[in-house]
Design a protein around this ligand. Structure first.
Ligand SMILES: [Zn+2]
Length: 85
């Protein structure tokens, strides 16, 4: 697992301050990459400056099905772990 500091921003879903991104492997976030807020399950996309923005449904629909399924599975796991968020 690798955690990379990112410029401070707020999750568009829950407003939690975000200042880092973690990957299960060794990858680092790049502009345009997708992520998931671990507090509320909001699907995020990194802007050019690596701040987190809300991913638009139209952007998600362009992803390969396997990547879209991976994001959905993480989101469902977070929602199960933290119901009510
Ligand atoms: Zn959030």
């Amino acid at each position: 697992m690798r955690t990379t500091p990112t410029p401070p921003s707020a999750c568009p879903g829950c407003k939690r301050p975000l200042q880092a991104a973690s990957s299960a492997g060794n990858s680092v976030p790049e502009p345009g990459d997708f992520s998931v807020c671990f507090d509320c399950g909001q699907i995020l996309r990194f802007a050019q400056d690596l701040t987190a923005t809300a991913a638009a449904e139209s952007e998600l629909s362009l992803l390969e099905p396997a990547k879209r399924a991976l994001l959905s599975s993480w989101r469902a796991r977070i929602k199960r772990t933290y119901p009510g968020v």
